[in-house]
Structures are given as structure tokens and as C-alpha cells.
Design a protein around this ligand. Structure first.
Ligand SMILES: [Zn+2]
Length: 298
């Protein structure tokens, strides 16, 4: 139980959203000074659990598990994040006793605090994000059975590692080293304890798999179609027509003026009939995928 139940109602301590930890002094300190009911020396104990790469910043003994943290009465979530020496920019979601909260949430004795990084394999779309959208785009690695989904994810611009010859150990290693989310239909593979980000794909049709993943990770606002090589996952760059002219079929030479090239595999892309079909495919995926859940059991 909270032994400070008689403290005044929570004061809204306003923190700038982008740089909440730039203050020289603890918000909790100011709060305590203004509210003499607080015993300046009183401490509370909360339990903290950090997820995914936030663990990298912790001492080894505190990683991947809940640990006790002693805080001053009046300390906020922002104070806790600072005390753990985490960067505020890395934290995207904070749950206190299972409820999402902002930086200015006051901590109470025995609170359970979960800290999630900017992107995590965890559906947080209905919760309070600390910023409007994740700071970084998610990156994926797919198991050998999800080749078409890999193509689709690349087509809409997501960094997607895929290799038909990859072994399970390779996938796990890549996911860990490059902070990628492993997508698979293999429950056993996903049970590997060293995987921080993983998602079990349920759908069997590649189009429905794409919708499932975009929904699960709340990515419909982050699509960047036709910016990545579908063959090798490298970002595409614009290239002048005259530089690729000698490589183009006659009809393409006569019809198209805009070209992109993959700087890794040298494949040339232009907006031909295949492009139109893919564009329609993406529009349909966006339409079906962003319908109210329940209405569209696509
Ligand atoms: Zn390529």
C-alpha cells in the first residue's frame, strides 16, 4: 500500500515533450519543496522492468528482469528515467501498473514500471505514446518461409532482411545484432530466449500477412513505396535516363523518363505496368488494412 495516501492530488508537472530531462534539478525536488507535507528524506520503492535495447544501458544484473529502484517521494517517471541513465529519446512507452503514462506521472510506493523503447514488438497503438510516432523505422528479418512477405515489406519501404539459405541461428543473430524484429510462422524459432523482438505471423496469404504486420506494428503512416530494391533490400537512388539507356529494352526507352537504380545489385526500376499493379496493390492494402478492426477480417 502507498503510505503517502494523504499527499495532495497529483500536480501536473509540465515537462517539455522533446527534452524532458534537460532540467538541472529533479522535478521531484521542486515538487517536494512546494509541498511540505512530504518528508524530504522519505523514500519509496518501485519495481522497474526495461524492454528490448533499453536493457543495453543497464548494468548486467538488472537486464531482462524486474528490479527494485528506490526513489524520492514526489519523483516522476522522468526522474526515474534519468536516474537509470536512460535517454529520454529512446523511451517511447511507459506503463505504470499496466497503464500508459506521460513523463510527469508521479511515482508511488510499490508501483510496477515498464519502460519500452522507441519501437518494440508490442502493440502500443491504443496507449499513450510519448511522441506522435516512433523515432525510427522498424527493421525486420524474416524466416525462409516468408519470401513473398519480404518482397511486400520491401515494396512499401521497410528494411527487411531475407535470405532463402538462412539458418535459424543466423536469423536470431541478425535480429539481435541489427535490432530487427524477427517475423516467423515458426513458434519454436520465436521461443529463442535471446530474441528481444519477435512476432508470430498468423495469416498464410502474403497480402494478408502484410496487412497483419502493418497493423500489428502500426505502420500504415510510415509506408514509403518504391524506395527500396525488392531483390536485395538496398535503398534506391534516382538515376539519369542517359546513364541506363543502353540497358533498357527499346519500348522502355521510348516510353519512360524516370529511373531508379539499386546501388548494390544494379537493378534498374521504372514506372511500367508492373509498377501500376503494385501501386494498386498498395492502395488496396491501405484501404483494407486501415478499416475498423472487426469490420475487415480481411
Ligand atoms: Zn538491389
Amino acid at each position: 500500500m502507498c503510505e503517502y495516501a494523504t499527499v495532495p492530488p497529483q500536480k501536473q508537472v509540465r515537462l517539455p515533450r522533446s527534452v524532458p530531462l534537460a532540467f538541472g534539478q529533479s522535478i521531484g525536488y521542486h515538487y517536494r519543496k512546494k509541498h511540505p507535507l512530504f518528508d524530504a528524506n522519505a523514500m519509496i520503492s518501485v519495481r522497474v522492468r526495461c524492454y528490448a535495447e533499453l536493457n543495453d544501458r543497464l548494468p548486467p544484473a538488472l537486464r531482462q528482469r524486474a528490479f527494485p529502484h528506490h526513489a524520492d517521494v514526489g519523483d516522476t517517471v522522468a526522474d526515474l528515467v534519468r536516474a537509470l541513465e536512460l535517454s529520454a529519446e529512446e523511451v517511447d512507452l511507459i506503463l505504470v501498473n499496466g497503464t500508459s503514462v506521460g513523463w510527469n506521472e508521479l511515482l508511488h510506493d510499490e508501483d510496477a514500471v515498464s519502460l519500452y523503447p522507441v519501437f518494440e514488438s508490442f502493440d502500443i497503438s491504443t496507449l499513450t505514446r510519448l511522441r506522435r510516432r516512433p523515432l525510427r523505422r522498424p527493421r525486420f528479418v524474416l524466416d525462409v518461409h516468408l519470401g513473398k512477405l519480404a518482397n511486400h515489406l520491401r515494396m512499401v519501404g521497410f528494411d527487411t532482411a531475407y535470405n532463402t539459405h538462412a539458418h535459424d541461428a543466423d536469423l536470431v543473430k541478425l535480429a539481435s545484432e541489427e535490432h530487427r524484429t524477427l517475423l516467423s510462422k515458426d513458434r519454436k524459432l520465436l521461443q529463442n530466449e535471446s530474441l528481444l523482438r519477435r512476432y508470430l505471423v498468423r495469416a498464410t496469404d502474403p497480402r494478408l500477412q502484410l496487412i497483419e504486420v502493418l497493423r500489428r506494428f502500426d505502420l500504415f503512416n510510415m509506408l514509403q513505396p518504391f524506395t527500396r530494391c525488392i531483390e536485395c533490400n538496398t535503398a534506391l537512388v534516382q538515376i539519369a535516363k542517359e546513364e541506363v539507356l543502353h540497358r533498357l529494352p527499346q519500348k522502355v526507352r521510348e516510353t519512360y523518363n524516370e529511373f531508379q537504380v539499386c546501388t548494390h545489385c544494379d537493378r534498374v526500376y521504372w514506372k511500367g505496368s508492373h509498377y501500376e499493379r503494385m501501386r494498386e496493390f498498395i492502395e488496396a492494402v491501405k484501404r483494407d488494412g486501415t478499416r475498423e478492426i472487426g469490420e475487415a477480417r480481411v
